[in-house]
Design a protein. Structure first.
Length: 578
């Protein structure tokens, strides 16, 4: 596969990220709302979030990955590392060439959209509805007389030819197989891009299928136009956008389908059991099995890491800062010899011996190797530095923040300092790295400090759990963790039964007071609400679907949340982060 490493020039931006003390806000796009949405956040909601950030002195808006998913709607299991999610397209005639108001009302009447907006994201309804509307708009656009826009669309297809044809054909085949992305289960002629392309050329309904395929390209053009505009709008409001590049891509993705030599389908990426964060029960025994194919870095190396460079360039187009998911995995990855998802649960109660019997002797392992072996540790370090160097070169002016926090091998912390590379810091994890007294805590300056992200319980849930556990067992582990957290907040009084406004402000103040360059609140911790977005190890249709209760403008004017937001705005100024 030829890979076009070009990307639109990064628009000028007055501020270089992470050179000054700033505050940020983390909100998943799907969780955002506006009054006309389809039951999921979209680019209009992102613009409203940008307004909220600008009005409240947040200089960074942090998002989760925005690439297309299918079936499994985890942003970390995309069906393409380059295709943007059509679900995040704002469907409005002024924003989607070819879309007519009458067509929109017939396909998605107001009553249905109001129903979809109620509660969580209904992935099974929202995704096909939006694609139906976009295919309808495509046909209107195709038969219209918009010469300049058609020329722009043609240019887009030419510019993105390194990945777009593979994606659109893969997307067409998903439709042919009624939503099944497991391409190894497809007919043999569909196992490769060339075979599938030959099949399409000879198909009796080729013209109709090509039209549908062109509609997928059109949807990508619309998505790219809207996200380009989002970046321009963010810069007009002096807000920096922070995106994220997931560590892996889905097994059922156009990347793996079109480039199978770059991936090892026999092993699945994951992580060891989490020590200090909660997961679902299936992940407690062996850890998280993400079900993502591992990388064959030796084959990437032989191609000059073209696929990786292209992927980074795609993020650079839209974002000023990019979070690198699971940086540990670039040094050494933890791999499972069995599938993820529901299949992983089959192993949750097995001993090592029982699991090995099912896998022909294979057990989860680190690759290249475990860090407690000095020779492997050195090899891991060399690989990680090489890959990070490739990513940094492709990132250009886009700042990088590594998802690497808590206890880590010495060579990883040394790499962060020598490269240098900003990383993620959870202050409460420092108690497990020898920082027993929070009053003496000195966090790394070149870092993003936060209490939680999408995988973690927000403060309202964490505090309630610690408080109840400490009351039940004053000498237990949770009591010690609660005391540390209260000490970090400078809280000298008796702890309240639940997270109240005073303690919330104390915790927010402590975070903003750190010397870390960027302090970010997950939206739940800005508002002080028990809204959680993911439990590691969970899967199924009712994951990645929780939403904020209101649009951001309503929160700002709310009797309870308005004052909380105003307090944080004041604290941002007081701690020189405005």
């Amino acid at each position: 596969m030829d890979t076009d490493l070009s990307a639109p020039a990064t628009p000028p931006h007055d501020e270089i990220p992470l050179t000054q003390r700033r505050a940020g806000l983390l909100v998943p796009v799907f969780a955002m709302r506006h009054r006309e949405d389809f039951g999921v956040g979209d680019t209009r909601a992102v613009r409203e979030a940008i307004d909220f950030c600008a009005d409240n002195s947040f200089k960074v808006l942090q998002l989760l990955p925005i690439h297309e998913t299918f079936g499994d709607h985890s942003p970390y299991n995309p069906i393409s590392s380059r295709a943007l999610s059509p679900v995040y397209i704002y469907l409005h005639p002024d924003e989607v060439p070819g879309l007519l108001a009458g067509d929109l009302e017939r396909a998605a009447p107001d009553a249905w959209r109001a129903q979809l907006r109620n509660g969580i994201v209904k992935h099974g309804s929202v995704h096909p509805l939006k694609m139906q509307v976009l295919q309808l708009a495509w046909h209107r656009f195709l038969t219209g007389n918009q010469t300049d826009l058609m020329r722009e669309f043609t240019e887009f297809r030419e510019q993105e030819k390194a990945w777009l044809p593979h994606y659109t054909l893969f997307r067409l085949l998903i439709r042919e197989y009624e939503g099944n992305t497991e391409w190894l289960d497809w007919r043999p002629e569909h196992h490769t891009f060339q075979g599938a392309n030959n099949w399409l050329m000879q198909h009796p309904d080729r013209e109709e299928l090509e039209d549908i395929r062109d509609g997928y390209a059109y949807a990508q053009w619309i998505a790219h136009r809207q996200w380009d505009d989002v970046r321009v709008y963010a810069e007009s409001r002096s807000v920096m956008l922070m995106g994220e590049m997931s560590f892996g891509v889905g097994r059922g993705s156009s990347d793996v389908w079109a480039n199978p030599e770059l991936f090892d389908l026999e092993w699945n990426l994951g992580s060891r059991p989490l020590t200090h964060f909660d997961t679902n029960k299936d992940a407690e025994r062996w850890g998280q099995n993400w079900g993502l194919p591992s990388y064959r870095w030796e084959n990437h190396r032989s191609k000059g890491f073209a696929w990786l460079r292209s992927r980074v360039a795609g993020e650079r187009r839209f974002f000023h800062i990019c979070r690198l998911d699971h940086l540990r995995g670039y040094f050494r990855a933890y791999m499972f010899p069995w599938p993820g998802g529901a299949r992983h649960s089959e192993y949750s109660n097995l001993t090592d011996e029982e699991a090995a019997l099912k896998t022909g002797g294979k057990l989860p392992r680190f690759v290249l190797g475990p860090d407690d072996d000095p020779q492997f540790a050195r090899m891991n370090e060399l690989q990680g530095r090489e890959l990070i160097g490739v990513i940094r070169e492709a990132a250009g002016p886009m700042e990088l923040v590594a998802e690497l926090m808590g206890a880590m091998p010495e060579y990883m912390s040394r790499a962060l300092e020598e490269l240098p590379l900003a990383n993620l810091v959870f202050p409460q994890l420092e108690q497990f790295s020898g920082q027993e007294d929070p009053a003496d805590l000195l966090l790394r300056e070149l870092s993003l400090v936060t209490y939680a992200n999408h995988d973690n319980a927000p403060l309202a849930i964490t505090y309630l759990h610690l408080q109840r556990a400490a009351a039940a067992n004053p000498d237990g582990r949770e009591a010690s963790q609660l005391a540390w957290l209260l000490g970090f907040a400078g809280w000298a009084e008796a702890p309240p039964e639940e997270l109240d406004d005073r303690l919330l402000v104390a915790l927010q103040t402590a975070l903003l007071a750190t010397r870390c360059k960027l302090a970010v609140f997950m939206c739940s911790d800005l508002l002080g609400v028990p809204l959680r977005f993911n439990l590691p190890g969970s899967y199924g249709i009712e994951t990645w679907c929780d939403r904020l209760d209101f649009p951001f403008a309503d929160f700002a004017n709310h009797a309870v949340f308005g004052p909380r937001i105003a307090t944080v705005r004041r604290l941002i100024f007081e701690h020189d982060r405005a």
